[in-house]
Write a protein that binds this ligand. Structure first.
Ligand SMILES: O=C(O)[C@H](O)COP(=O)(O)O
Length: 342
């Protein structure tokens, strides 16, 4: 039986940390296979692989290289699961969480973990409607519940109907206990990675204080400086520059490689962690970022193509005609959804 498999590239890949899973790789598509078949495979930088024909061995690949062929992460342009080629453009959606209970009370929130209000829930659902035709292969959220609620509620509206599943890699046991054993179920899932680096800027001693009362006490200008200057931190908190250091580094190290490998990504995060990421994407200066304001629950769309981020703005209406007019790839994805769902 092992011989019968030799024309295929088969092996053990290291995925999402240390977990080991057996895969069959054929014509650019990857499927789970029964354990026991191993062929040496070499990965090039951007996830292009080749095999030494028929040679038995263990796949050598780093986590980042192998992650591009994780079947959970198979790009959603492959709606019907035919063998796929890497798309030449991918989508990046950024969503600031919907209104939280402390946004409603006008309190500095920062890293305090506050849930959404009913209005915030509705905003997240509306955001989901606006992006319901845009491919999402992978989701990144902060570690905070308001961003996670937003991502999950938005995905209830997505027409592709894949199930967002939070990855639990915090311990070997958490990883082992959250394994999925059906290839088909994995294909119908979207991995959700929660990362503290995408958290809101830590607001230090302002956390829990009322924004208006703080302005009355310290002066409007001072509070505006704390809230919007690039490099002046609030007392014992993070400046936007400090927040950018961890959020943008995370984006470059963990999210950009996914986009490069052909996956479309949604990020649900916060006013200031997203401002710092947008500063990087749009190459804003520290002066320009001061006037960048993000509303709660409004998705922003970028197209990633030839290593460039092209801002498409926010899909403003459920039909999103303006947004779909921009790229052939998005229009094709929508057409595939239409065909699949009718
Ligand atoms: O953390 C907070 O209070 C808000 O989410 C963002 O606040 P800001 O608009 O004052 O930066």
């Amino acid at each position: 039986m092992a011989n019968a498999m030799l024309h295929q590239i088969v092996g053990t890949l290291q995925l999402l940390g240390n977990s080991r899973t057996n895969y069959e790789i054929r014509n650019n598509s990857v499927n789970l296979i029964p354990k026991g078949f191993k062929v040496e495979v070499e990965f090039s930088k951007r996830g292009i692989y080749s095999s030494r024909e028929g040679k038995l061995g263990v796949i050598r690949a780093s986590a980042s290289e192998t992650s591009v062929v994780d079947p959970v992460l198979a790009p959603s342009n492959n709606v019907t699961h035919e063998p796929r080629t890497k798309p030449n453009e991918t989508a990046l959606i950024l969503i600031r969480h919907g209104e939280s209970l402390w946004n409603e009370k006008n309190l500095f929130t920062g890293c305090v973990d506050v849930p959404l209000t009913k209005k915030g829930v509705e905003e997240a659902i509306e955001a989901g409607r606006r992006i319901s035709n845009i491919p999402v292969d992978m989701i990144f959220t902060s570690a905070l519940i308001r961003a996670q609620m937003t991502a999950m509620l938005a995905m209830t509206q997505h027409r592709r109907k894949k199930v967002p599943i939070i990855m639990h890699n915090e311990s070997e046991q958490a990883k082992a206990w959250s394994q999925i054993y059906s290839e088909e179920t994995i294909k119908q899932s979207i991995p959700v990675i929660a990362a503290w680096q995408l958290n809101e800027r830590m607001y230090g001693e302002l956390q829990g204080l009322n924004k208006q009362e703080t302005a009355d006490r310290f002066g409007k200008e001072k509070v505006h400086e704390w809230r919007r200057s690039y490099d002046i931190p609030p007392p014992d908190g993070e400046s936007l520059e400090m927040c950018a250091q961890r959020a943008v580094a995370y984006f470059k190290d963990n999210i950009e490689p996914q986009l490069q490998s052909g996956k479309s990504v949604m990020i649900a995060a916060h006013g200031n962690s997203l401002r710092s990421i947008i500063m990087y994407l749009d190459q804003l200066t520290s002066q320009e970022v001061i006037s960048l304001e993000l509303s709660t629950g409004i998705p922003m769309l970028y197209i990633f193509k030839e290593d460039n981020f092209i801002r498409r703005g926010s899909p403003v209406a459920p039909t999103e005609t303006g947004v779909y007019a921009y790229t052939r790839g998005l229009a094709q994805y929508r057409q595939k959804l239409d065909e699949m769902l009718h």
